[in-house]
Design a protein around this ligand. Structure first.
Ligand code: NAG
Ligand code: NAG
Length: 323
């Protein structure tokens, strides 16, 4: 193509390319300089509020929403027990859906030169060393999945875990619409059936299992006996399984939402919960705050995942285990 062009055009193209290369290079350099400056400069000024020690605590938010729910609550809980000030990084996924009250900060390692690093021993077992922090601390490679880190400030956690108005309103509207023909004050019981990723070989080998239909029937029977006038709301990531395995009944509503966040907001506003397994259902139950039934078959006994678990640290003692 270039051979067929008049000479003067080829010359112009060549100049154009030189100009393009030069500006690209300059833009690239500018970006590098800006990023360097950004990394070297703390993103947030850390003030010293009255009554709280100078020490700061932050954490790396790995995993997904369910994991972040534990990480955030544990961070706030540990900060409260050790009299430190918590900073929650902007990449925590909860900022978009909940009215979190913690300070945003602790963006990356680059800002944490003077922090000590802490890594938990086991992901689902309380680690008492967290109660002895006495200097700026960065929690890394941890999941902190135990109620023992934050249950002493349960009401505070519930305040932080208030949904954004549009999410909350959508859930309430949905629920009101479902129960409009039920007796007034009907007891709302959420059922969260998680399957999806838990069925992948990689997860199964590690020790993840899904609750059986038997378990869910048993838990529903228990709730039916406890609460005369009730309605079940079933949220799941596997609608076809739920439809096949849970008999249709007048007291059962299959929630057809396609968004995990909408499901979560709905389940969290139930009176009682039947959870299967996983942190998402765990949190719906904790926020609902009523009678909770959980599946004791998880994790698979003897698996690698099972070795991470102390069930007494993970499930609240008043929750009811069934298999
Ligand atoms: C811990 O939480 C309780 C309850 O929210 C609060 O009254 C107390 O001031 C907190 N303490 C610290 C050190 O943050
Ligand atoms: C956690 O690991 C540390 C360091 O290896 C050890 O000293 C401590 O006893 C462990 N704690 C628990 C509860 O396993």
């Amino acid at each position: 193509m270039a051979e067929n062009m008049p000479n003067y055009l080829q010359f112009n193209n060549y100049l154009g390319f030189r100009y393009f290369a030069l500006t690209s290079f300059m833009a690239f350099t500018l970006c590098i300089l800006l990023e360097l400056q950004f990394l070297m400069k703390p993103e947030y000024k850390m003030p010293t509020p009255v009554g709280i020690s100078h020490n700061h605590i932050s954490a790396f938010f790995q995993g997904r929403m369910g994991n972040h729910l534990f990480l955030y609550a544990s961070l706030i809980g540990i900060a409260n027990s050790t009299n430190m000030e918590p900073f929650v990084p902007p990449d925590c996924s909860l900022w978009d859906i909940l009215e979190l009250k913690a300070k945003k900060g602790g963006r990356s390692y680059h800002h944490l030169g003077r922090y000590i690093y802490f890594k938990e021993n086991l992901s689902n077992t309380y680690d008492a060393r967290t109660q002895e922090f006495d200097t700026d601390t960065y929690i890394d490679e941890s999941y902190l999945q135990s109620w023992r880190y934050f249950n002493h400030i349960r009401n505070t956690i519930k305040e932080h875990y208030t949904f954004k108005p549009e999410i909350k309103n959508a859930a309430e509207k949905y629920i009101q619409n479902v129960v409009r023909n039920d007796p007034k004050g009907v007891t709302k019981i959420g059922i969260h059936i998680r399957r999806g990723d838990f069925l992948q070989d990689y997860f199964k080998d590690y020790g993840y299992v899904v609750a059986t239909a038997d378990y869910i029937h048993k838990a529903m029977k228990y709730m039916r006996e406890q609460f005369q006038s009730h309605r079940f709301f079933i949220c799941t990531d596997d609608h076809s399984w739920a439809r096949l395995n849970i008999p249709e009944s007048l007291d059962v509503t299959f929630v057809s939402s396609t968004s995990a966040i909408d499901d979560f907001a709905l389940l969290a506003s139930m009176d009682h919960m039947i959870m299967t397994q996983g942190s998402f259902g765990w949190w719906a139950a904790y926020l609902a705050g009523g009678t909770t039934v959980y599946f004791t078959g998880y994790p698979r006994p003897g698996s690698e995942l099972d070795k991470q678990f102390n069930k007494r640290d993970y499930y609240l003692s008043e929750w009811i285990g069934m298999a």
